[in-house]
Design a protein around this ligand. Structure first.
Ligand code: IMP
Ligand code: MG
Length: 179
């Protein structure tokens, strides 16, 4: 079994590059057919989604644009307040068809924050494309329009996903070995 050590943890191979790219192709095929004639704007959420965004974007055959944003997390005036805003969105998205590109949806808190942020600018539609989804951790009712691969609740790294900043460079996806 192929394993890697990242910082203090051991990880074993979980999803190989070939299977990742197969899932990316399937998502691209569906988007190409759904968005025919719509000229969507893709919004990729940094840092985690950069590899997925790149591989997905190469497989799109429709006219489309992409923008990269970051989610800032800051604590409000009350200590319980945790407001996340999008940084770097300089396109006017009013009336546009938006597709969010995420690496992974876990509890769903992040994607909910992103959707709430975007909806205030009156886009024509907002869809979500995520490479990975942990259905057993998901706590929201938001529909995830394009899901590449459903995975169990293990912590994973690789293909853009990190453990404490490291591991994003791995072409395959690895899961943590619990000891
Ligand atoms: P959520 O808000 O719980 O859905 O979590 C989403 C964010 O948490 C993702 O954008 C990732 O940055 C991070 N995340 C969730 N699960 C993992 C994982 O297994 N490995 C690395 N990052 C993860
Ligand atoms: Mg992320």
């Amino acid at each position: 079994m192929k394993t890697v050590k990242i910082r203090d943890k051991e990880f074993s191979i979980s999803i190989g590059e070939k299977d990742i790219l197969k899932a990316v192709q399937k998502v691209a095929d569906r988007i190409n057919s759904d968005m025919d004639g719509k000229h969507p704007l893709f919004i990729a959420i940094l840092n985690g989604s950069f590899m997925f965004a790149s591989d997905l974007f190469k497989r799109l055959s429709i006219p489309c644009e992409i923008s990269f944003v970051k989610l800032s997390s800051y604590v409000g005036t009350k200590t319980t307040e945790n407001v996340k805003t999008l940084i770097g969105l300089d396109e006017n998205i009013e009336g546009r068809h938006i597709i969010i590109i995420e690496d992974i949806v876990d509890s769903g808190h992040t994607i909910e924050d992103i959707l709430n942020n975007l909806k205030q600018y009156s886009p024509a539609s907002v869809k979500v494309a995520t490479l990975l989804f942990k259905p057993n951790a998901y706590k929201k009712n938001i529909t995830l329009d394009y899901v590449g691969i459903e995975i169990p609740n293990d912590f994973i790294v690789g293909y853009g996903l990190d453990y404490d900043g490291d591991g994003r460079n791995l072409a395959d996806i690895y899961k943590i070995i619990e000891k």
